[in-house]
Design a protein around this ligand. Sequence first.
Ligand code: ADP
Ligand code: MG
Length: 844
Amino acid sequence: MATGRQHSNQAQPLEPAALQRWLKPLQQSLQLEADRGFGDLKGRQECFSSFLARHLREGPDGGLPAEQMERLRPLADSLERYGDLSLARRQSLVRQCRERLHAVHQAHQPVLPVAPPRLQLAATTKHKSSGPGLARSTSGSWGPETPLAEIKGVGPNTATRLAQLGLFVLRDLVHYYPRDYLDYANLVRISALEPGSTATIVATVRRSNAFASPRNPNLSILELQLVDVTGKIRVSRFFAGKRFSSPAWLKTQQRQYPPGATVAVSGLVKTTPYGPAFQDPLIEVLEHAQAPVRSESIGRLVPVYGLTEGLGAERLRQALAAVLPEVQRWGDPLPEGVRLSQGLIGRPLALQQIHQPSDQEALQASRRRLVFDEFLLMQLGLLQRRRQLSQRPAPPLLLSPGDDDLVQRFLALLPFPLTGAQQRVLAEIRVDLAKTQPMARLVQGDVGSGKTVVAIAALLTAIAAGCQGALMAPTEVLAEQHYRKLAEWLPQLHISSALLTGSTPAARRRQLLQDLVNGQLQVLVGTHALLEDPVQFDRLGLVVVDEQHRFGVRQRNRLLAKGLQPHLLTMTATPIPRTLALSLHGDLDVSQIDELPPGRQPIQTHLLKAGQRAEAYRLIQEQVALGQRAYVVLPLVEDSETLDLRSAVEVHRQLQEEVFPELAVGLLHGKLNSDQKQAAIGAFASGKTQVLVSTTVVEVGVDVPEASVMVIDHAQRFGLAQLHQLRGRVGRGAAASYCLLIHDSNNALAKQRLEVLVRSGDGFEIAEMDLRLRGPGQVLGTRQSGLPDLALASLTDDGAVLEQARTVAQQITAQDPDLSNHPGLQKALDDLRRRQLDQAARLN
Ligand code: ADP
Ligand code: MG
């Protein structure tokens, strides 16, 4: 029957059968003409050439695409003159016609890859559960605080299991986000299946066989062979248990998937000896290829949760399906205008879609909204804290014109002018100091950018206004170094200063504390001993905290809690990446010293293998001969038996006795007492020792301008930011400087990490890389890191959303400082704080 002819019109694709009906006779006639010697064979009604020319002009039923017809026309034209052509021309024309027709045939073969199949998904739970049964039970009775056990569709049994995951009330469950998703929304043809990834196919059953395993009587296997237009694949399902091996049961299984049936299959594609296969996938028989699937998983993005014993994924999904419709009735804490301007979807929808995403796009939109919310609350919290602090009055360090003299006289004492960046940051600080709100400013500046003189100038501003200043450093070594720096300048300016550390003798300490209370002592330098209770100031105006990253947020707060509210200047040379800085110090203003003093040469950094130590020692020898000095840094103080690492003590002995017998080699590590440490640094600074073997005690701030070589052994054991800090100990003078990183790891990643340092001298770039490679907890140190709890948001990947949230938080706070017009946000913030307190209480 010529059904194709009746239905054919130009718009419809050419039917394969119609094409064949047209092609076949033409190809046969060409073959025949060639076989018979190109004599323009006579048929019953017409000769070969006019037969062929006519059919080439007509084309098949349903027609060919215009450009194909275009290419047949010249052949038809030539065929009209076939009778006049030489034999050779006839041969050539016949060959051209055969090639052309072959090309037409090829062009109409199904092309691979075939477009992916389509699958009709049934309406989601969201719609189903608005059915009468559930709707009645949900009406208005469930809130975020409703215990899970009271929720219909969850029940006391499941609630007990959920409690093991720390989920007690409705809000907990809704905020229990999937760990991952199975991408069953990835619909493909069989030939495009990739082993190792999840996918969904729609295919036809060709063979179906259920049988008891020949090797294991307790195991039954259902094996299907499925086909689609692109290929075939084997699907196996395994059933463990005696009861599955009865012939009747096996027969039923087999009958469920009769040959010819259309099935949708979702699962992980595995590699087997017989090629790619699905093992234990989800399978559903469809009434026909266009019929919707009933399964809630096949063809969708399926959430994967962290589970606990006795709680299957299905039960958790059901519990969520029961509560998510209710969540849709919760309001959105974010004002509509803000939400739309930020291109965010509503929170209730986001909460539903994160658990039941309709597709990747919906999932991403949901995630972005929820990440935004986490950051927004974090930033609102920081801004509120900032506001509370700034409401306590600080001593305004107002300067009468004459007062400024002190700072000017100090700057005149320096052997160098301030860089532009130093001047700018000092000016920013002094604007803050003149206010009655306490300053809270963080100065970030790469190693060697000259933060110390800026800090001293700030302290002198406070002193000129009749206040006292404190300078706090994370280690005794650094505190003493700062103290020595101050002692160079302050006496000339008639300013009194003192040092207080854990090893200050009791008598001295008593005297010092007394001078502090009665106001005779103007600047106190020290370690966190400054935080201790007996330390009381007469009129504390400014606290400078150096190497702020070494202090926890809690210590910072403790200092601020010391009675009077001083201005606070924090400084860090470990430029933490902006996302981290905003998360931790969103309550601080940030200044950058983004310029190094002139004349510094970039530090040449090289990687060496452990076997190349001799090269490092040769360089040290050369540099010392030129009057320079060298550090050798090791991760350990003493030899460790478990780790095959060289210790500072051992390396010191070896270098002094074997490698550099003619030089003086010093030793510095954290186990030395304060005097010993000071002596070691003093000897190195004065040139009495030319090589200093050290642990990371030298990491922070030690300043010896003559040092031009930094050798770091076992470099792969250090973080990038820490290595950059260590490297910053050299290159502080005008001489060319070197940093040699010795690594004894075959790990390619470790080497790659170290290469960041060879490539880059930019502390910010290095800090970003460090964050990417090690994660925020490691970068900041897990203890006291003060990192916020983030369920979904990533400080590494969601920087852009954090910036967005911060801007919004600032706008909201500016218009509505106590959030009285944003009750939803205030409530969310209160809830968050309460949960954090609860959590802290549980941990303690
Ligand atoms: P950091 O920012 O790492 O704490 P320092 O304050 O220790 O850096 O300064 C590093 C070195 O640079 C010190 O020797 C200091 O005296 C010197 N220095 C600081 N400012 C300048 C400047 N404007 N010009 C030249 N040298 C400077
Ligand atoms: Mg410093």
